[in-house]
Structure formats: C-alpha cells, structure tokens
Design a binder for this molecule. Structure first.
Ligand code: DP6
Length: 321
C-alpha cells in the first residue's frame, strides 16, 4: 500500500524573490518562513504500466496543459534518481484559492515526499527538500514545521531548507485577509524574473535579505513577536518595491491592499500587535498574537465588510498517512 504524503503551506517572512539559476530554481538569497497548520495538500503516487504519467487533482484527471508542469517535474525526478517508471499522481488540495494562499509550496512538497515513499528512494528530509525545490522554490521549506530557513546554496545539493525551530513557543497567529480569489496576472516566477532583470534596486535586495535573516533569527530565538513582525513587514514591502521599480513597473497590490496596510498601521498606533506580509498577489496576511487576533479581525470586518479572513497557526512538517 502506498502512503499518502501530506504537506502544509508556508508563509515567507523573509521572501524568496529571484533566481540565479532558473532550471535548478536556485535563489539569489536565503529565505525564511513559517509553516501553517490550516492549509495542506495530500498526495499519493503509484507506479503504472503506461508510457505517460497521469495526474489527478481533487479527483479529476488533468488535461495535457494543466498537467504539464507536474509531468516535466516527474521527468526531472526520473533523471535525477535514475528510474524509468511512470506514475499516477493523485493530489487533493486543501489550500483553497479562496483562502488567499498559493498551493505550489504544499503541492510540490507533498509530491516530492510521496515519490520518495513510492519509489523507495530513502531520502533524508534535506534531500526531499532539494527535490521539492526543483518543483517550486517555496516548496523546499514546507518539508519542515515551524520556522524554516532555505539556504540559497550554489548547486542542486547545497540549496535546501532546514528547520530553525519546529516547535517555537511564540504565540504567533497569521490572519489571511482575502481581497481577491482570482489567479494572479503575473506569476511569481515571471514577476521575480522581471524584478531581477530590470529593477535597479535588486542588488540592494540581496544585501537587505542577508541582514534581515540574521535579525529575524535573533528575534525568533528571543521569542520577540513584535520584532519578528517589524522585520517581516519591512521585508515584504521591500520585495514589492522591486516590482514597482521594475521596467516596465508592475504591482500585485489592489486598492484594498493599501487600505489594509493603513489599517494595520493604525491598529499598531492603538497598541495592537499587527504587521503585514504580502506575497505575489493582492491578499494580505497579518501577523498577530493570540491576544491581538480577534481585535484585528473585528476591526478589518468593520472597515471592509466584503473581505473574508482565515486564521492559521504554526503547522507541522511532512506527514505520511
Ligand atoms: C512571493 O516558490 O511560487 O511567495 O520557484 O518560481 O515556483 P517558483 O516560485 P514560488 O515563489 C514564491 C514567492 C513568494 C515568496 C516566498 O514564498 O518566499
């Protein structure tokens, strides 16, 4: 019986934004994330007697176009681990677009873990992280729970994630504020490439990330949630400055995104712990504490009755069920 691999999504507090090697998905900088408990992907794989892979998502077989990214990935994995068999991949996604999270991180983490189990590759978690990275960069971090750092590295084996603290004592809560469920118009892959190639600030980004990673790790060790929030917010807004300074410039922000950034700032002035972080889309994630989250949620609902909010806490690394 093949087991199902489960991987949870993660939110980057220090963002990955730019590749120095597109094929291997080697990033220019390290990044650091928090794995979340709410949203995950379950993936089962089995060897099939077929000359093509079959991919199903949420019970539906994907057509050629929709399955292409996964099929290409399976070709890479076959080459890397030297096997010929084709696979049937059955994935069930519990990362609804409606919750404002992308599913490629949990998706490729679960897929890598599942292939490891089905093909009996006996990989270490570090190797599974490397394998997941070949599917989507951020997936390399979803192998572990809690706070995770992805080391940029300079070749396939040296670019992997590592847990910093899998069971942190912090009372961090992440509130996802969903403005739009639409697919983003510029994928993160394309957005980061445009930023790397055309933003005059890209070299400063690498310098900034190097120092913010050191600072946030100190804040995590000291369980200083306010500091974690301050650094995360500054890092996220700096990443978005790279899109605004690209040529041609672009932004993932919607008018409501700015509104929420302003609301969060106003809440802080009232002494409520809240900081924003934003990925490649208009939705905002608010870093709160157990104590502040309800106040933040109520205030957002009052000011923007049309948006929905989802709460998530610290999640675990990959599981086999
Ligand atoms: C803004 O991991 O989706 O969420 O490696 O091209 O698949 P690819 O990109 P992806 O990019 C994530 C970008 C981000 C920041 C982050 O998660 O670190």
């Amino acid at each position: 019986m093949t087991k199902t691999a489960r991987a949870y999504t993660n939110i980057a507090l220090i963002k990955y934004w730019g590749k120095k090697n597109k094929k291997l998905k080697l990033p220019y900088t390290n990044s650091l994330s928090l794995t979340l408990d709410k949203f995950y992907t379950d993936t089962k794989s089995s060897v099939i007697d077929n000359d093509e892979d079959i991919v199903s998502l949420n019970g539906e077989i994907l057509d050629f176009k929709k399955s292409l990214r996964i099929k290409r990935y399976l070709d890479v994995v076959r080459k890397m681990y030297d096997f010929d068999e084709h696979l049937k991949i059955e994935s069930v996604n519990h990362v609804p677009l409606s919750a404002g999270f992308a599913s490629s991180a949990s998706g490729f983490a679960a897929l890598a873990a599942s292939i490891n189990s089905t093909m009996k590759l006996n990989l270490t978690n570090r190797q599974i992280s490397t394998l997941a990275r070949n599917g989507s960069g951020s997936a390399s971090r979803s192998i572990y729970g809690g706070f995770v750092e992805w080391h940029a590295g300079n070749d396939n084996d040296s670019s992997y994630s590592e847990p910093i603290d899998e069971n942190p004592k912090t009372d961090i809560v992440l509130l996802s504020v969903v403005i739009s469920e639409a697919e983003k118009t510029i994928s993160s892959t394309n957005g980061m490439e445009l930023s790397v190639n055309t933003s005059p600030f890209y070299t400063n980004w690498s310098t900034l990330v190097a120092s913010e990673i050191i600072e946030i790790k100190q804040a995590i060790a000291q369980n200083d949630l306010q500091k974690i929030g301050e650094i995360s917010e500054h890092n996220a807004l700096s990443m978005h400055a790279l899109t605004l300074s690209a040529n041609p410039p672009f932004t993932y922000f919607a008018p409501e995104t700015i509104k929420i950034i302003q609301i969060v700032k106003a809440l802080r002035q009232k002494g409520i712990l809240a900081y924003v972080t934003i990925d490649a889309g208009p939705n905002v994630k608010i870093i709160c504490s157990n104590e502040s989250v309800n106040k933040v949620k109520n205030y957002i609902n009052e000011q923007l009755p049309k948006v929905s909010t989802f709460e998530a806490h610290i999640g675990k690394g990959i599981q086999y069920i």
